[in-house]
Design a protein around this ligand. Structure first.
Ligand code: UDP
Ligand code: MG
Length: 319
């Protein structure tokens, strides 16, 4: 009777202080679930250490709707931790990752599921390359970042890629097999491969609340992406090291010849001082680059957990 069994889609939603958006999101996603009669749904919310009423809303929803599950973290671990926990605990044949703020329109799930079923894709993902709803600075920095990562990483990144996607179970398992601590999911999705269809759309503004990413947090995230999926900065430091050695070598020969012809070996102290400062600056800079990779290595070796669960919908105390 296996063929009679309905397929299940798990919707994974990382939530950090989303008390305002959650009720709207739940209302909209359940509407879509109702329309998609041929599939079962599971809504897996990850409460990423929210300080507002997110957890109590999730508890309430899980009591009234048995499709709603939640995992509540012991503190804020970041969206990456939330997505990992969601993928690890989702039980569906297909898994979608969605933001709680309605920037990922729930009706897209229908199209995504259709394309996977009918067109044979393993994953249907959305990209919003124009980022119209972000400020000029964020838009400019984001487009620069995509250009840089495109050049220095062998893992291709689709400009404006969002985490919003519906994936087959085999892709989810591949993502879960990458157990790295410093997670950069957009890179991981691309690294695991599989036949992915990209749909371009204009991401709407978040429905309520504020973006959880400050410019500083975004910079950290961007560096995370480069460190996780490119070793080019290390190669650049090595190349610049070689160039400086060559320059020094030529300078030595020039100075020797000049001294032999004109005498005066002690001239040019100011330029020497400038050179020393410049070269030691370059050295410190690249020592820093190496240090960044080392720090990632250090955290990776420690094998700390990616997230820590405090409670779930199964816990007795929720009753
Ligand atoms: N989020 C999270 N943990 C965090 C930050 C964000 O789980 O530490 C969630 C957030 O609740 C939302 C999603 O990640 O569902 C995307 O966050 P946001 O909308 O603030 O990011 P933006 O759309 O501005 O990039
Ligand atoms: Mg958002």
């Amino acid at each position: 009777m296996c063929s009679m069994k309905k397929e299940k889609i798990s919707i994974v939603v990382p939530c950090y202080n989303e008390e305002e958006s959650l009720p709207i999101f739940y209302q909209e996603i359940t509407k879509i679930a109702k329309e998609m009669k041929k599939v079962d749904f599971e809504f897996l919310f990850i409460n990423d250490g929210s300080k507002d009423n997110t957890l109590s809303i999730l508890k309430r929803l899980s009591k009234k709707d048995e499709r709603v599950r939640f995992i509540s973290f012991s503190r804020n671990f970041g969206k990456e931790g939330g997505m990992y926990a969601g993928l690890e605990n989702a039980t569906g044949d297909y898994v979608a990752i969605m933001d709680a703020d309605m920037q990922d329109p729930p009706e897209m799930i229908k199209i995504m599921y259709h394309d996977i079923k009918e067109q044979g894709y393993d994953c249907v993902a959305l990209c919003s390359p124009k980022h119209k709803n972000y400020g000029i600075l964020r838009r400019f920095l984001t487009s620069c970042w995509y250009k840089i990562i495109g050049k220095i990483s062998s893992t291709p990144q689709v400009p404006g890629a969002r985490e919003f996607r519906l994936m087959k179970r085999k892709m989810v398992n591949a993502i879960l097999s990458m157990k790295e601590y410093n997670r950069y999911s957009k890179g991981i999705f691309s690294f695991v491969g599989f036949n992915t269809k990209w749909i371009e759309y204009e991401a709407p503004d978040r429905v309520a609340g504020k973006s959880k990413y400050s410019i500083i947090k975004l910079f950290k995230y961007a560096f995370e992406g480069i460190l996780a999926f490119s070793t080019t900065p290390l190669v650049i430091s090595a190349i610049i090291g070689i160039i400086f050695c060559l320059i020094a070598f030529i300078a030595i020969i020039v100075i020797i010849i000049k001294t032999l012809i004109f005498g005066d070996p002690v001239g040019g102290w100011p330029s020497l001082a400038c050179m020393i400062i410049f070269v030691s600056g370059v050295q410190l800079f690249f020592l820093g680059v190496i240090g960044m990779y080392m720090s990632k290595l250090y955290l990776e070796v420690k094998k700390r957990p990616i997230y820590i669960t405090s409670e779930t919908e199964k816990d007795k105390e929720n009753d």
